[in-house]
Design a binder for this molecule. Sequence first.
Ligand code: NAP
Length: 357
Amino acid sequence: MEKIPVGILGATGMVGQNYLRLLENHPWFEVTFLCASPHSAGKTYEAAVERRWHMPTPIPKRESQLYVYSIDQISKALEKCQFVFSAIDTDVAKEYEEQYAAAGLPVVSNAGYHRQTPDVPVLIPEINASHLSILPSQQQKRGWEKGFIVTKPNCSIQSYMIPLAALHEKFQLKKILVTTMQAVSGAGYPGVPSWDIYENVVPYIAKEEEKTENEPLKIFGSIVDNEIIPTPDVRISAHCNRVPVLDGHLACVSVEFATPPSREEILSIWNAYTPITQTLELPSAPEKTILYREELNRPQPRLDRDAGKGMAITVGRLRPCNLLDFRFVALSHNTLRGAAGGGILNAELLFTQRYLT
Ligand code: NAP
């Protein structure tokens, strides 16, 4: 099969670098267009990331020699690729994502700007693949012929949304109390100053609690009159903390259901969980999406973040809660499942559903 040419907006940043690393040898997609800020534009990729390549593997050889364009060179993007991954900051996304979509390029975004736009899906393929059906009306409303925007949610919610969604249909979630312990890589590079985070915990991440409380409601929402209406049935309270961990966001979750299940029912649903990403055999889907660890001291970021090549969710410590029904701990890799890996999984789903051809 001929590979689909793809571009990366913000290719030089932490998420952009992960895209390049993960897309090396991807069976369906091939990177052909890179862009970043004026600071990096006009150089080869290798020169643009000199002394700031943070990945554990070398820069992919072919891509190291690609030219880095300025993000406003949209006509070049149109010449060189069929859709783009967006790994730029929210204020830059505000300016450019719609311009790319209007020019005819689908945008698979990691940025937060469009997550609350009513006709833009916030996609976790395992949960709300059905929200893609809003794309034709998104295009029609804006007069876009081929372009559209799909976002992925904030990295803080990836760990516990899938285990909860697996239970939602049968037992209906009512209340969720979540405390996240979020890795420093979630803040990009150089991110949190070492002076602030070394030997410390920072109990505040700007706008993170609002995202953690609102995005899941849209993901569980329904399409009414061409808009995604957040579910009114679930309430969430979040505490988000930055902790001195490099990669891997951990979440301690308490949950109340409309019809409380037993512990055995929860475990049996998690163990049998076979989402659309597995049935479609998407290349980036882990073999098993939810891994339940019986050990009392798991999951842990250092030991469990790379499970399923960083795309699996590791869960543990499921036990009754004194206030709500159950509590558990969940972990996911924030720059893989929570960022570039999640974006690629979204694009793989879009491709199988014929939105990228
Ligand atoms: P980052 O390391 O700061 O990288 C930002 C990228 O955007 C760089 O390539 C930068 O180019 C480019 N950029 C900055 N200003 C620009 C401008 N005016 N025009 C064009 N390009 C510009 O940030 P990151 O951690 O990769 O995050 C990128 C996005 O993903 C953000 O929206 C973030 O919220 C989201 N996200 C991050 C994570 C995570 O775990 N890190 C997880 C989920 C979502 P230069 O190198 O040339 O400056």
